[in-house]
Each structure stands twice: as structure tokens, then as C-alpha cells.
Ligand binder design. Structure first.
Ligand SMILES: Nc1ncnc2c1ncn2[C@@H]1O[C@H](COP(=O)(O)OP(=O)(O)OP(=O)(O)O)[C@@H](O)[C@H]1O
Length: 304
């Protein structure tokens, strides 16, 4: 469904824009229908930049984002609108998505005006109630309320309901649980699991390995804008091979804290190690191979 083909993003930085920051370098992976892929990496590793490029909030510097075979950079007008009916993002801070002056369900009426102007009021009301119930909220308790009368978890779920109203195929979920308390966080994760069972693809962006492990079929580990390891979650977590992944897994007891040891994104293109398939579907930059206790050991490259 979604395919990233060697996408990169550079930003001009420095006093007169003379420097170049490589936020994302040559990243390729895909997300299938009904699949959750978690994108993990510490602060500044380029996770959100990838999410923004998929949502066309940020232009790719090179490479292509394909959705059902079409390069999204080519979409214009009604084709672009059609894309947003199928692909939506939900972000970390639910409060910032609402205007405190208006009732929270204004986010639904805005969608009606934009995408469903011909739908009758009664039919629309039914659709909204169904979407709100699908995210396990009681319409009678949340509709008509102002944002300050609702919790962060309720506001986050309303945003997911809003995405559902569009009947999306792919959700870009960028740190959506990081501002929620532990029990609400699990609720939202279980909700994503239900949506996945209904065929929704999800790119689950997180700095929290344990959440990624809980929900995702596949995991992509990002370091300084490059993929260092990716594959089926069981393999990446059960047999981590790249020294960086091993280091991340060692830090699991601290995972509910945001990582503070921010690595700066590369100001110079750093030597990117090629991804090597070390076991079926499991790719590791530089060809490091895990061997249980001795994982992180790189075998001599095979002779060509
Ligand atoms: N508009 C911008 N201009 C210049 N640099 C940017 C811009 N947006 C992001 N960056 C830089 O690109 C790098 C990647 O940022 P990004 O937000 O994608 O990281 P992240 O992994 O999502 O981090 P976090 O978990 O803290 O949100 C960082 O070094 C960041 O400072």
C-alpha cells in the first residue's frame, strides 16, 4: 500500500543557510494493509520528518513516496484530496489540534464541509456517532463538549474517529500515546489493534520500544536519519543484530522517559552502511549478525 523508495530530506541550516542537515537519508520500507509498522529511534533521528513527508507536509529532497503505486508528489487537486481521504496523521499533542473557543466536535463538521457537503445532517450525525463509538467513546458523553471538558485520551480518540470518518486506509500515528497516562495509552493501543484487524495500515512512530513491540508486526530502527535494522518485530527484538539496536534494547528500563541523549543529525553525510538480509526479512546495516548472547558481532563480508 505505502512504499518509501530511498527517501531523503535535507534542511538548510546555519546563519545564511550555508550548512546542510541530513535529517533523513535514503530510507526505504513499506506498510501493507492491515499491518502496523513501528518506526523507532531516539529524539532527532528523523521519525517525524518521515511522517511529514508521507503526509506531504514536508517535501522529499530525493526519493519517492508511493501510495498504491502512485508517487504522491504528482498528486494535485482532487487527486490530492482523494489521498487525504485515505491517509491521515494523528500527532502527539491532542490539545493543540483543537481550538479552545469551539466545541471539540467541530473537527467533525470541518470534515463534512470539506469532504461530504452533500450528506444530510441526519445521515452525518449517524456517521459521527458510529465513528465515535468505534473509538470506544460514548457519543452522548463527548459530543457537544469543549476541549477543556475532555481528557487527553478522549481528545486523542476523537482525532482517530475523525480520521475514521474519512474511511482511511493508512494512519500515521506520530507519538500518539506519549502524552497519555499508562492505562489510556493501552486503551489507545488496543484501539489501533482493532482498527488493524479491520484492514487499516498504521505507521506507529515512537521512541518507546516496548510500545512498538506490543503492537507492531514489523519494526524499523532509525539512527541519525538512516535505517540501521528492520524486520519482523519478533526477530528485531529477539535477535537484535546492530550494536545500536542492542544499545536501545539495553535501555528498556528507562523507556517511558524520552531519551535525552539526543544525537545530532548528521551535518555531513555519514558513511551509510548497506542493509544486508541476515535472516528472512531481517535487514541489518553493515551486515552485523546476532548470535544470542554474542549478538552485535559482524561476520566478515562474504567474498563476492
Ligand atoms: N524545519 C526544520 N528545519 C531544520 N531542521 C529540522 C527541521 N525539522 C526537523 N529538523 C531537524 O531534523 C532532525 C530530525 O528531526 P525529527 O523531528 O524528524 O526527529 P524525531 O526523530 O521525530 O525526533 P523527536 O522524537 O524528538 O520528535 C533533527 O535534527 C531536527 O532538528
Amino acid at each position: 500500500m505505502l512504499k518509501l523508495e530511498r527517501i531523503s530530506k535535507t534542511y538548510k541550516v546555519g546563519a545564511f543557510g550555508g550548512g546542510v542537515l541530513h535529517a533523513v537519508s535514503d530510507v526505504s520500507f513499506d506498510v501493507a494493509a492491515g499491518e502496523v509498522v513501528s518506526l523507532i529511534g531516539e529524539s532527532g533521528s528523523g521519525k517525524s520528518t518521515i511522517g511529514k513527508m508521507i503526509l506531504r507536509l514536508s517535501k522529499v529532497t530525493s526519493g519517492r513516496v508511493l501510495f498504491e503505486g502512485t508517487d504522491i508528489a504528482t498528486l494535485r487537486g482532487s487527486a490530492l484530496k482523494g489521498y487525504y481521504r485515505q491517509v491521515q496523521g494523528v500527532f502527539q499533542d491532542p490539545f493543540s489540534c483543537y481550538n479552545p473557543v469551539f466545541r471539540a466536535d467541530r473537527v467533525f463538521s470541518m470534515i463534512k464541509e470539506e469532504y461530504f457537503p452533500g450528506t444530510s445532517a441526519a445521515e452525518w450525525e449517524e456517521k459521527v456517532e458510529a465513528a465515535v463509538s468505534a473509538v470506544r467513546l460514548n457519543p452522548g458523553q463527548v459530543l457537544g463538549k469543549y476541549p477543556h471538558q475532555l481528557s487527553g485520551g478522549q481528545l486523542q480518540r476523537l482525532l482517530i474517529a475523525r480520521a475514521l470518518l474519512l474511511d482511511i486506509k493508512l494512519l500515521i500515528a506520530d507519538e500518539i500515546t506519549s502524552m497519555l497516562d499508562a492505562s489510556t495509552r493501552i486503551d489507545v493501543l488496543n484501539l489501533l489493534a482493532e482498527l488493524k484487524a479491520r484492514g487499516l495500515g498504521v505507521l506507529f512512530i515512537t521512541h518507546d520500544l516496548s510500545l512498538g513491540n506490543y503492537i507492531a508486526e514489523r519494526t524499523v530502527v532509525l539512527r541519525r536519519g538512516s535505517v540501521v535494522e528492520m524486520g519482523p518485530t519478533g526477530r528485531v527484538f529477539g535477535n537484535p543484530c546492530h550494536p545500536y539496536t542492542i544499545k536501545l534494547l539495553d535501555s528498556v528500563p528507562r523507556l517511558h522517559e524520552k531519551w535525552t541523549t539526543t544525537e545530532p543529525a548528521a551535518e555531513e553525510p555519514w558513511v551509510r552502511e548497506e542493509l544486508v538480509e541476515v535472516e528472512p526479512g531481517h535487514f541489518v546495516a553493515g551486515g552485523y549478525r546476532g548470535s544470542g548472547a554474542g549478538s552485535g558481532v559482524r561476520e566478515e563480508p562474504a567474498p563476492r
